[in-house]
Design a binder for this molecule. Structure first.
Ligand code: GDP
Ligand code: MG
Length: 263
């Protein structure tokens, strides 16, 4: 059982129509965390599936008290991730995809986030994220497919899309932005402070969360990752590109209207 104080890691995975690989991937992940003595909970943030996925999720939760299922009615990757992160009880909140997860990355990120004796308390007052920034500790660690040491084994087209996406983020928001869409680990108080303020869902929730945190001084560090396409992506990249660009433009306007944080 997860104790009252919450586990060290809450792993949140958005899930949609994953009947084929769900049980296998979860059992691999859980097995690795248990054998490495990780104190975890696993939140399967499922929505909109029309295959056997919901029943498989329920079965996984019944079989393991550390696994929880969260259902959101509409199929929305970002809304599922947001609900999962806000329901998480861990000190460190991890975002994985069912086809993209890496416990070594998670543990290395966890070390960076708790380095220097900045223990993450279970319940912290608002403003703690900014305190973390002032103390020089990172509040978010992202897995980057683009920095030195990363190994992107996907198609050249998908690598190019990731590169283009990050370039647009740098032009529109912050020239030091790194990869935002992929594995990441966040301190719980960063999620608690910024996730409720996000307005974009679908593919842009996590990007907006990072943009908002950076704007208020949260330190974001990047670790290089290896990424391999284990199966075909669920949504078409061609349909995602115009939707994403439109969403980013909208977010730019929303943030301009909000003005500078603290002013
Ligand atoms: N909850 C939820 N999860 C989704 C949705 N679409 C995709 N996912 C999950 O998001 C993760 C990444 O999906 P994938 O198709 O591999 O996207 P990509 O690799 O980013 O192109 C997987 O765990 C999917 O099951 C959705 O509409 N709702
Ligand atoms: Mg994928």
């Amino acid at each position: 059982m997860v104790d009252q104080a919450g586990p060290q890691y809450s792993v949140v995975i958005p899930i949609h129509n994953e009947a084929e690989c769900l049980a296998g991937e979860v059992s691999g992940l859980v097995g690795e965390m248990e054998s490495r003595g990780v104190d975890y909970e696993l939140i399967l943030a499922e929505n909109g599936s029309f295959d056997e996925t919901p029943a498989i999720c329920e079965g996984l939760a019944v079989a393991n008290a550390r696994v929880r299922v969260l259902r959101v009615p509409v199929p929305d990757y970002g809304a599922a991730m947001k609900a999962g992160m806000l329901a998480a009880r861990g000190d460190l909140i991890v975002n994985f995809d069912i086809d993209f997860h890496d416990i070594d990355f998670m543990l290395k990120a966890g070390e960076l986030l708790t380095a220097g004796g900045t223990a993450v308390p279970g319940a912290v007052p608002d403003g703690a994220a900014v305190f973390a920034a002032r103390s020089g500790a990172a509040g978010i660690v992202v897995g980057s497919k683009l920095i030195e040491g990363a190994d992107d084994r996907r198609s050249a087209a998908r690598h190019l899309v990731s590169l283009g996406f990050t370039t647009i983020l740098r032009v529109l928001f912050d020239r030091h932005m790194d990869d935002t869409h992929g594995m990441k680990v966040l301190r719980r108080e960063v999620v608690a402070r910024f996730a409720p303020r996000t307005v974009r869902t679908r593919d842009l929730f996590d990007t907006e969360l990072i943009i908002r945190a950076r704007r208020e001084g949260v330190i974001v560090k990047a670790l290089p990752v290896t990424v391999e396409e284990k199966r075909k992506p669920r949504s078409s990249i061609v349909r995602r590109i115009p939707r994403t660009i439109k969403g980013l433009m909208n977010l730019r306007v929303v943030l301009w209207r909000e003005g500078k944080p603290g002013s």
